[in-house]
Design a binder for this molecule. Sequence first.
Ligand code: DLL
Length: 433
Amino acid sequence: MIHDIEFETMPREALEAIQLRRLQATLQRVYATVPFYRKRFDEAGFKPADMKSLDDLRRVPFTTKQDLRDNYPFGLFAVPMDNVVRIHASSGTTGKPTVVGYTARDVNTWAELMARSLAAAGATRGDIIHNAYGYGLFTGGLGVHYGAERLGASVIPISGGNTKRQIMIMKDFGATILTCTPSYALHLAEVAEEMGVDFKDLKFKAGIFGAEPWSEKMRHEIEKKLNLDAVDIYGLSEVIGPGVAVECLEAKAGLHIFEDHFIPEIINPETGEVLPYGETGELVFTSITKEAFPVIRYRTRDITSLNPEPCICGRTHVRMNRVSGRTDDMLIIRGVNVFPSQIESVLMEIDGVEPHYQLVVDREGTLDMLTVMVEVGEKAFTDEIKGLQHLEKLIAKNIKEYLGVSAKVKLVEPKSIARSEGKAVRVIDNRKL
Ligand code: DLL
């Protein structure tokens, strides 16, 4: 289902004309109202009036997470606080959170984009949406909530946690769409099984999962265990929250970026050079309709590539491939670059291994040690020791073979790795670097 036929299927030429107009207006506005941007542009010798074609965007300086931190909390807002009606923040792992603001019009834009996203996964006004993204400063809960109401669906604002109660409610209320992180979806499946509830007896048709990286294998696992179609949704607080990009149910092959609101670029994270379609690098966004907190060439640190091929669903917006990791997620283990998602792909190829894992990095003397803790299914765990040792060896061998790094593998009991209600914690780095 396409929520906004006019904009989501707009011919590229018309779309680009709108992008340029909106981009010019945004640059003028931030230059006039945000001292940080004025200074940055001046230093780079860039004037908003220089923006003559979309290609000129590459002349504009980048904005980084550090810039946001330096202007904590409200320094990059482009409107007076009188016009700000909502504030969210993303929890940083270290230090202060990143703070973002919305005007009434921004909240309206966001609701529209989330309505588009839910519709892309097949949701209609007849659906009951069980929304298990956390409500609060995190954008997941309220983002989905406003989109669901905009669509006219019934939304259950269950938020995260109290998992047994969630299972009871989804069953009794007959929810048809599930929204939560992919790791929490798997946890819901696990708890349902313990309670003797079979997802086949529930009414879910689709789930809209995001806020953390997940793999194609994990999609199949979720679809099988929860008996629904699983689509990927992407977003980040700095850009607006969830609803920056979403997969369509028809193709489930990459996420359409809502390009009438955000201009994506892929850059080489080392040099800042813009890369052509298809090449993998760091995703950069410029918002072109936001009022309170516009972002100009914001470096997301997310790694992906863009796919301009037309899609069977009819949307003309470019697709981004799954995010495979973040530039700051990368572990360097004895000189080898390792992304958690690469370990996940190796694990998911092996029978008997569950999609619950954690990477622990320690430093012994001057040597980095990577330990991969991974759960095995009940059946494998009750097997004899020999079988388990064989499995450990096989995992270590595959990691070495595919990633070129030696890891200690520790098989752990089913359900022994902490479950998360929101984003899963995949890496524990004990090195004091
Ligand atoms: O996670 C917004 C969101 C909520 C997206 C609900 C989707 C669903 P932040 O807390 O600011 O915002 O975290 C943003 O999460 O830069 C990515 O690294 C990661 N991320 C978000 N969606 C995906 C996804 C929300 N589908 C950061 N795949 C981003 C992989 C994702 N990573």
